[in-house]
Design a protein. Structure first.
Length: 189
């Protein structure tokens, strides 16, 4: 950040609850670390870290060796990071295409899915109990019930952000209330 004149609050990172969006459909990913611009619109502030990551890791090890016992990160940790970096491989692209609903069924988050819900600009983790239709301002609207710290809540689908690995989608038949797994040829989300 100092070398590239980037303020610390302009970057953020995550190592859990990560999903990639492809063709409008979220895909769970594992073993992932994301460092990203926290600035709206993305100014590619993190691009140098991606392009020069190997040199940053080498510098970290040299700094640990030079600083000795005064190092912020000890030599063993720096060496472990270097070994980890050497073992990195290109990620596998998952191309599952778009999942389409079947006749009379909706594609919904499965009961028990752990998702994030956007409230007042913040993400709050919730576990989905079940989908249902509710009357919202005179219209029949799909909602999900979930447990909150103060009882049962209903959340709208457009406030849900699938994050992490503890969620999946299924077909739901509103008439019968039954669930069916996604077709094998479409893959599991």
């Amino acid at each position: 950040m100092r070398e590239k004149s980037i303020a610390p609050h302009d970057l953020d990172r995550a190592s859990t609850r990560i999903a990639l969006i492809s063709n409008g459909a979220p895909q769970k990913v594992t073993d992932t670390i994301v460092i990203y611009d926290a600035v709206y619109g993305g100014l590619r502030l993190t691009e140098p870290l991606f392009l020069e990551f190997g040199s940053f890791v080498d510098r970290l090890r040299r700094a640990a060796q030079t600083a000795g016992d005064e190092a912020f990160i000890d030599v063993q940790t720096a060496d472990a990071i270097c070994e980890w970096y050497k073992g990195l491989e290109e990620g596998i692209s998952v191309s599952k295409g778009t999942v389409h609903s079947r006749d009379g069924e909706l594609l919904v988050y499965a009961p028990g899915s752990r998702v994030s819900v956007r409230r007042n600009g913040m993400l709050i983790e919730r576990v989905i109990l079940e989908p249902s239709y509710q009357d919202v301002l005179g219209e029949r609207t799909l909602v999900y019930s979930c447990e909150g710290t103060d009882g049962k809540h209903f959340i709208l689908p457009d406030t849900i952000e699938p994050t992490g690995q503890d969620w999946r989608q299924v077909y739901w038949n509103p008439a019968s209330g039954s669930f069916a797994e996604l077709d094998a040829e479409q893959g599991e989300f």
